[in-house]
Design a protein. Structure first.
Length: 273
């Protein structure tokens, strides 16, 4: 199975029958007038409803790539296309989630969730979306916590609130920068299963940065292995495990085989995840 994995250029992305949502072509990034190369040219296709992860060493350009995809940082070369249109700045179709929840402590859970709508469309529009926000909170198991303040939430509950804040804008793509890295192992496992459930229920297209090989295998249809800086994709590994994924799958021989293969490819490339 893994022994026959093909190089990146020869593989097709998972969900190959779905329409392409994100398309990156020859995207690169350099600084200091080209003297420092953060990203060598990368190509990427994300198709509707797919979940992909990128794994590689610290400083290899993963977060830079995510910022370029989000329209926060412009590429030095290449093109970023979302739903047929160039990404030239922040887009409402893009949802971002970071390592920390960054909730406003003086606002309730409900108000934190509605904040993007309030900023973008005004308070009246946010008030009109109360029912939608409450439905999202129920989706992630936070029904009844609408009037609670962030200081009263656990780390996992705060991150679930952040997921709702990201989803309230109804983005086409979820860009996730190690969103659960600060949680303990048990909470992280729970949140990964929760994230999978949300993505499946919303048919969301997700792209995750992670340093955890098991996390990447558990969540992803495709795992992109990134080289040290200047980062580029060494290989994409298709994860052919049935969905919905469960924590019990992590104890199976097939799961372990995927983890060992990705680890071996990282070792071959001199990469420490």
């Amino acid at each position: 199975m893994m022994q026959n994995a093909k190089p990146l250029a020869e593989q097709t992305v998972g969900h190959h029958l779905a329409r392409p949502v994100y398309q990156l072509r020859n995207v690169s990034k350099s600084y200091a007038f080209g003297k420092i190369r953060a990203l060598d040219p990368v190509d990427l296709d994300l198709r509707e409803g797919s979940f992909s992860s990128v794994i590689g060493p610290s400083g290899c350009g993963k977060s830079t790539l995510l910022k370029i995809m989000a329209g926060v940082t412009p590429p030095s070369g290449g093109s970023v296309i979302l739903d047929g249109k160039p990404v030239l700045g922040a887009r409402r179709e893009i949802g971002m989630m970071y390592q920390q929840a960054t909730l406003f402590p003086w606002m309730t859970v409900l108000d934190n969730v509605l904040l993007p709508i309030s900023i973008r469309d005004g308070k009246a529009a946010a008030k009109a979306r109360h029912n939608d926000a409450q439905a999202l909170l129920e989706l992630v198991g936070l029904k009844g916590f609408e009037k609670v303040y962030p200081r009263q939430l656990s780390g996992g509950m705060a991150q679930r609130t952040s997921i709702c804040r990201m989803l309230i804008t109804e983005p086409q793509v979820l860009l996730l920068d190690e969103p659960f890295s600060a949680l303990d192992e048990l909470a992280r496992d729970f949140m990964n299963i929760e994230l999978q459930r949300i993505c499946l229920s919303q048919n969301a297209t997700a792209f995750l940065i992670t340093h955890s090989i098991p996390e990447a295998v558990l969540l992803s249809d495709d795992v992109y292995i990134m080289s040290p800086r200047p980062g580029t994709f060494l290989e994409v590994v298709r994860i052919e495990l049935p969905r919905p994924r469960t924590l019990e799958m992590m104890t199976t021989a097939t799961f372990g085989e995927y983890v060992r293969y990705i680890r071996s490819r990282l070792d071959e490339g001199g990469v420490t995840a």
